[in-house]
Structure formats: structure tokens, C-alpha cells
Ligand binder design. Sequence first.
Ligand code: GRF
Length: 208
Amino acid sequence: MKKIGVLISGGGSNLQSIIDSVESGSLRLEIAVVISNNEGAFGITRAENHGIPAEVIKHSDYPDREKFEAQLIKTLDGYGVDLVVLAGFMRVLTPLFVKHYHNRIINIHPAILPLFPGTHAQKQAFDYGGRFSGCSTHFVDEGTDTGPIILQAIVPILPEDTEDTLSSRILKEEHRIYPETLRLWSEGRLRIEGRKVRILPPDDESGG
Ligand code: GRF
């Protein structure tokens, strides 16, 4: 069974949606390890509650990004992960890490990329005054939220919305598309073709 390593920084609600999907049997993969760069992250508790190995690797314990990432790589490779899943992970990854896991890192972003990359994407969309926002899963390349898009979900921005009500509407969709993204990956159905990701039909539909 394919193995994933999940990197978190905070509450871990996306991690929880992945754990729930694995435990329900709808997502056939193994969460080999959860790593947080923050020791207080509730996501670590979520992992421990489900018997998943969890480690804290604090970026503040390392003199620079490269040394921090070298420890991340050592730990992830130690667990033999096939894919790195960023789930509310708030550190920028350098080319060192991205090259090591070339096309094997997936992220979720709470906006319809390429709109509103970077931090506080929900607030960016809310302040801009558009009618819709949403979330995107994508492969990670050396840019910030610029890698090939896998799935996206749209949500309305309502006149009575606040930044918080919009964020929770987006988060519900994140919890839907991330497990779906990982299911497609686990079934080998994601093919990166330049800037685009082709989603292959299920084996039983491909006519053999
Ligand atoms: C989510 O909106 C995620 O997209 C963003 O951080 C928020 C919290 O994520 N990066 P989680 O609850 O820690 O998964």
C-alpha cells in the first residue's frame, strides 16, 4: 500500500479528513507519519488519537531552512513515504526539498488558483469583493502555489458573509477535495503533462 507523510502546522482539520477517509476505507493508503513544525499543533493530537506516528520538527531549532528541510527529508525517507502531503503547513519549502520529492508533493490552497496565492487567501478573496472563491489541490513546484492544479471547488461569497463564514465554507470543500485528490493519486490516475494534470479514468472503465 502506498505511504504518505503529512506535514502540518496547526489544527489539522484537513489531516482529520484524510484520517477519516482512510479509516472508512474510501482512501486506500497508509499515513506513515505526521510531522508538525509547531509543537503545540492540535494536528499532532489528532494523529496520536488514531495511533499514527507523529513527530515535531521545529524550524526554530535549525539555523536555516536547508538544515530544517534536511531533517524533514531524513524523517520522511525514514518512514519510506511515497508522497508528501502539505495540510495547513505554513513553511515555504526551498528547491532542495521540492527537488528531492519532485512531483511527489501535494498541497491544498484555500482559493481558486491562480487567484490569491500566498497567505490569508480567504481574506484576500473576501476583501476583493468577488462573487466566488474556493480551494485548489495542486502538485508543488518551486514557486508559491504555482504547481499543476489537480482539483478545485467553487463556493459562493454571500453578501452577509464575514471572512470567517467564507473560510468555513471553503474549509468544508477542502475536506472534500483533499481525500478525493489523494484517492486519485493512490489509484495512479494523476498524470502531470507540463502545466496540466490529466485525470485518467478508473482501470475498469479504460476497456483493459
Ligand atoms: C486551511 O484553510 C488550509 O487550506 C490552510 O490552513 C487552513 C487550516 O488547515 N492552509 P488545517 O485545519 O490545519 O488543515
